[in-house]
Write a protein that binds this ligand. Structure first.
Ligand SMILES: C[S@@+](CC[C@H](N)C(=O)[O-])C[C@H]1O[C@@H](n2cnc3c(N)ncnc32)[C@H](O)[C@@H]1O
Length: 307
């Protein structure tokens, strides 16, 4: 990671130490259908029946007779927006562990998703042994650690034959409301903040790290509409949602100005103001699947992603 990017990411993490309430309250729930498709590609659905600690036979075969400690590691799990969907889909018996560097976000996660193991740390240094997880999921966070160190760590903790999946959702800029608000965010974002922090579907340069570290088979992209779009009751709530975006993790006076301009935009622009009616936040999903992690002299592991 360059020092400039690190500074930006530090600012975002600092912001989320204190604004995790708004993150949990205003960020949307994840699309169950998209997460299910991702988990199916990762080979987890119908394969986590570990009652009494008995692993499925294919775990043992793929991992040379040893048993992975976890079915899934979710990196950059935040407040657990995706974790709770993973848990609902895989069921109570799934062995889930999450990792995030921001303890404030993880406090929210512990309250919202009890029963998963929680680790504080960075994806660039995962505090788990080699070959200890069947699959790794990155949800709405891969841009923070789209670098070779993180990919090597993900590869290291995966069992041979394990898979990695990336899940993003992106605001749909065909919507006049979204377009205007994201343009404002671009105006206020850190100069060194990459554009894919604002919209990872428009700027996909986060994918470049896979070329630097050829540990996985090529990422396959699947775009699909997200059915459960978010509706917020008023313009103030829309401002609170967008002010959780990391691109504008800036000094308090800059954030205040940005929030005021956003509220003015939402309440006065004739193209987007709703005259007090609820405002809809349309989004897009994309699925990147069948990215297999390559293991020398071993069967293929794999990785997948949903935006
Ligand atoms: C936009 S939030 C996504 C949270 C959650 N996965 C979700 O779907 O809502 C990005 C998360 O990535 C985490 N993060 C930032 N840098 C990281 C790193 N280097 N390694 C792991 N996680 C990181 C942040 O702390 C934050 O919780």
């Amino acid at each position: 990671m360059s020092s400039k990017k690190e500074q930006h990411s530090d600012a975002a993490r600092n912001m989320w130490e204190t604004t995790n309430d708004d993150y949990e309250k205003f960020r949307p729930a994840h699309d169950e259908a998209g997460v299910r498709v991702l988990l199916e590609h990762l080979g987890l659905v119908d394969n986590v029946n570990h009652k009494n600690g008995t692993p499925p036979a294919d775990d043992v075969i793929r991992n040379n007779g040893a048993t992975p400690t976890y079915d899934v590691l979710e990196v950059g799990a935040g407040t657990g927006k995706c974790t709770r969907v993973i848990k609902d889909i895989l069921g109570e018996n799934a062995r889930i562990v999450v990792l995030d560097p921001v303890s404030g976000m993880l406090q929210q996660l512990k309250a919202m998703v009890p029963g998963v193991d929680v680790l504080v740390g960075f994806c660039e240094s995962i505090p788990l042994p080699d070959n200890s997880v069947k699959a790794v999921v990155s949800s709405q966070s891969f841009h923070f650690y789209a670098n070779e160190s993180a990919l090597r760590e993900i590869h290291r903790v995966l069992i041979p034959g394990g898979k990695f999946g990336i899940n993003f959702t992106a605001d749909d800029e065909d919507s006049p409301l979204i377009h205007e608000v994201l343009e404002l965010i671009r105006e206020y974002k850190y100069p060194e903040c990459p554009d894919h922090f604002v919209n990872p579907l428009l700027d996909t340069s986060w994918k470049n790290c896979f070329d630097a570290a050829p540990l996985f088979t090529p990422l396959e992209e699947h775009l699909f509409p997200w059915e459960n779009q978010q509706t917020l009751p008023d313009a103030e709530s829309v401002v609170k949602l967008f002010m959780t975006y990391s691109a504008i993790a800036r000094e308090p006076d800059v954030r205040k100005e940005c929030a005021e301009r956003m509220l003015e935009l939402l309440t006065t622009d004739p193209a987007i103001k709703q005259n007090g009616n609820p405002l809809e936040i349309p989004r897009m999903s994309a699925l990147y699947c069948d990215l297999w992690s390559l293991v020398e002299a071993s069967p293929l592991c794999s990785a997948a992603a949903v935006i």
